[in-house]
Design a protein around this ligand. Structure first.
Ligand SMILES: Nc1ncnc2c1ncn2[C@@H]1O[C@H](COP(=O)(O)OP(=O)(O)OP(=O)(O)O)[C@@H](O)[C@H]1O
Length: 390
């Protein structure tokens, strides 16, 4: 078991540019943490620094409280599983799994026992005599995991381990990895740029951008309360609707002014929060799934708009649709959230008052079971929550 702590950790390669910048993060013993972010944001570099495969330019890396900046990878007792599997092609599954233990001089009887136990756990027991070339992608990935597990490391680092698999196998392996984490109870750090993996697998998501750790929290916390528009956009498909507006004061009350001068009155509860942003631009965000075809409770507000396209996705129907909202005026009891992480202030206002027309580029997603599922041409939808960033 291992806790891993990064304190102000940065990495600069020879090109003198930061690949990772001032990352502070404490990964608890037994936690399953996901590093998520676009290509080049520094996920793999961070993982490789934890493994000891890259040196740390500045900052401190601690494992179980000990500074390991200068500890060699083999002495960190951490296993790394790569996207490419990195299996030895001339060795059988059993030999691949046994290799690390053999190099450490573990007695043959113990190696046989550990390989047999791990192979049974991963469903590889019938494949022990095959070479990697005779295995499917999923089986190879399991061998790579098995090779890591037999070493009994204190933590696992997994760098996009499922990206070479097809969609169905990925879904199966996701579940396998979650079960494996529960069974082993070991610390796992998992790098991906796949939102579904991030949302479904980890105890915590760490979102990175341009070398910075932008936000960290449980998947639902980060989804419901994104620190900034980058996080909001990264964790949603179809993407969150973002609309620019300006905070205005009219007769002592605070409004969000949309393009064309239309106003959304901010609720009594949120007035104070917005007051300090008066005259400043804010971005309003509404998740596509927060539009529904019918009102479901007192906190839902009607927002008419035009749907111009519907995408049938099977379980859900998605509708990316430029549309037009038009004027309605509603009472409201909005609840601002507290600020999280770094970045601009994020304020959720679940029940806004709307008096607006012409909000551009809205998209919506509805559930198929709703009797009034949204079709092109439908104008009235309901919105449950939205958020803003100053
Ligand atoms: N050996 C290296 N020398 C110079 N720059 C590097 C080196 N390795 C990575 N970088 C740079 O560091 C930045 C972060 O790279 P990194 O591989 O950590 O990103 P990533 O988030 O894992 O991306 P991906 O999802 O594409 O693997 C990138 O700009 C990359 O070009």
């Amino acid at each position: 078991m291992a806790s891993i702590e990064l304190q102000q950790v940065s990495k600069i390669y020879q090109n003198n540019q930061y690949s990772v910048r001032d990352v502070n993060l404490k990964i608890n013993d037994g936690e399953f943490v996901i590093f998520l972010g676009p290509s080049g944001c520094g996920k793999s570099t961070t993982l490789r620094m934890i493994a000891g495969l890259e040196s740390i330019t500045s900052g401190e890396l601690r494992i179980n409280g000990q500074n390991v900046n200068r500890v060699a990878p083999r002495d960190r007792n951490i296993a790394v599983v790569f996207q490419s599997y990195a299996l030895y092609p001339h060795m059988t599954v059993a030999e691949n799994m046994a290799f690390g233990l053999k190099m450490r001089g573990t007695p043959a009887a113990i190696i046989r026992q550990k390989v047999a136990e791990t192979a049974a756990m991963l469903g590889l027991d019938q494949l022990l005599h095959r070479k990697p070339a005779a295995l499917s992608g999923g089986q190879r990935q399991r061998v790579a995991l098995g090779r890591a597990i037999v070493r009994e490391p204190q933590a696992f680092l997994l760098d996009e381990p499922l990206s070479n698999l097809d969609a169905q196998l990925r879904a199966e392996m996701r579940t396998e990895l979650i079960k494996l984490h529960r069974r082993l109870g070991k610390t796992m750090v998992y790098v991906t740029h796949d939102q579904v993996e991030a949302m479904t697998m980890g105890d915590r998501i760490c979102i990175m951008r341009d070398g910075y750790l932008v936000q960290s929290g449980t998947p639902l916390e980060v989804y419901a309360n994104p620190a900034n528009t980058f996080v909001a956009q990264f964790l949603s498909s179809p993407p969150i609707n973002l609309v620019s507006c300006i905070v205005r004061s009219r007769a002592g009350e605070i409004f969000l002014e949309l393009d064309g001068g239309r106003l959304i009155r901010v609720s009594d509860y949120a007035q104070q929060h917005y007051r300090r942003h008066e005259g400043k631009p804010v971005t309003l965000g509404i998740r596509p799934e927060d539009f529904h075809a019918r009102q479901h409770g007192a906190h839902w507000q009607p927002l008419p708009f035009n749907v111009t396209a519907v995408e049938a996705l099977g379980r859900k129907i998605s509708s990316p649709a430029p549309s037009t909202m038009s004027g309605l005026w509603c009472a409201s009891t909005a609840i601002p959230c507290r600020r999280r992480g770094s970045g601009s202030p994020c304020i959720w206002i679940p029940i806004p008052c709307i008096s607006s027309t012409a909000i551009p580029a809205m998209s919506c997603r509805v559930r198929r079971r709703r009797p009034l599922s949204i079709n092109p041409g439908v104008r009235l939808c309901y919105v449950k929550s939205l958020c803003t960033w100053a």
